[in-house]
Design a protein around this ligand. Sequence first.
Ligand SMILES: [Mn+2]
Length: 385
Amino acid sequence: MKFLHLADLHIGKVVNEISMLDDQRFILSQILDLAKAHGACALVIAGDVYDKTIPSEDAVRVLGDFLTEAAERGLKVLMISGNHDSDERLAFGSGLFEAGGVYIGAKYEGKIRKAVLADEYGPVNFYLLPFVKASLVRYYHPDEELKTYGEALRIAIGAAGVDWGERNVIVSHQFVLGKGDLPEMAGSEKFRPEDMGTVERVGSEVYAGFEYAALGHIHSPQEAGGPQIRYAGSPLAYSLSAREIGQEKTVPLVTLGGKGEDVKVDLLPLVPRRRIRHLKGPIAQLLSQENVTDPDDYIYATLTDETPVPDAMDRIRSVYPNAMKLDYCNSHTRALEELDLGDIAGEKSFDELMGDFYGKIIGGSPSEEEWAILRAAAREAGVIS
Ligand SMILES: [Mn+2]
């Protein structure tokens, strides 16, 4: 049996004020073509289906069209909710959808939903475990001593009645440590690993015994503790972080043989409708004709000109209409980075500091009205009394 592993679609995502819906439609259609070209019979979607708990009408339509198209092509869909999804809303109609081969595990209510597909070797059980917090699992298993997300998963999986003599796949959306290491973030995740308490970190050993663990949550494609425990990563770059710009996004094609046979994972490259690219240099160089390629791409431009360029963004958009972001890197920005704020502040009063700052940035000194606004803000922030 072959299936594609997707995760973190974030349908409806907006990156630097640009809607990704057309890009998402494009990449989802490419994924359907890949499924056909490689003979996959199912799509696994490991959570963060939508970007928001209340998705826009357009986002709902994109998912609806995608599921309909998948079902029309005879593909089964196995989907869970992630922390960005509303479990209740994603669960809507899931009982009905099953007749169309769309299995949704969006809401944990004490038992992991199991969907059974079959191939020439027999059944394959897909355990659809939505994103869960320890408190939710504790609510349904009050007799169990559990504090961490790892313990919660162990208990939830333990209660699922998995037949380890059969082939089993788990779909899960959690913060998983691979062999004790933190996962490598892409930059578009809405959390930082250093903010994740040890309670929320799940050891990859909780997925031991499954033929494959299809994970979601981290947007960089990677293994998490073994070749058959994987983050698919998001299908598109969703941030302008140095790591995610230019990162090749892939979709794992998982091939299951009979019980005990090796599980094969091939990473199929995805080609976005528009790439996000970071260009750096003086504006004249960036916009000179011989340097301009793929003008429809999403451009993040860093200008190295020493003086601010008038109407810089308009000029860039006249060549790159989908430019997303503009900033500068020159001797002034470098000097700012090197400034020691403690040094500058020294023993100066609020009025002296603000006066200096205003003089440097705007020139002159603030008007009485501006002083009133500055002092009101400072009072509110507790800086002055
Ligand atoms: Mn995500």
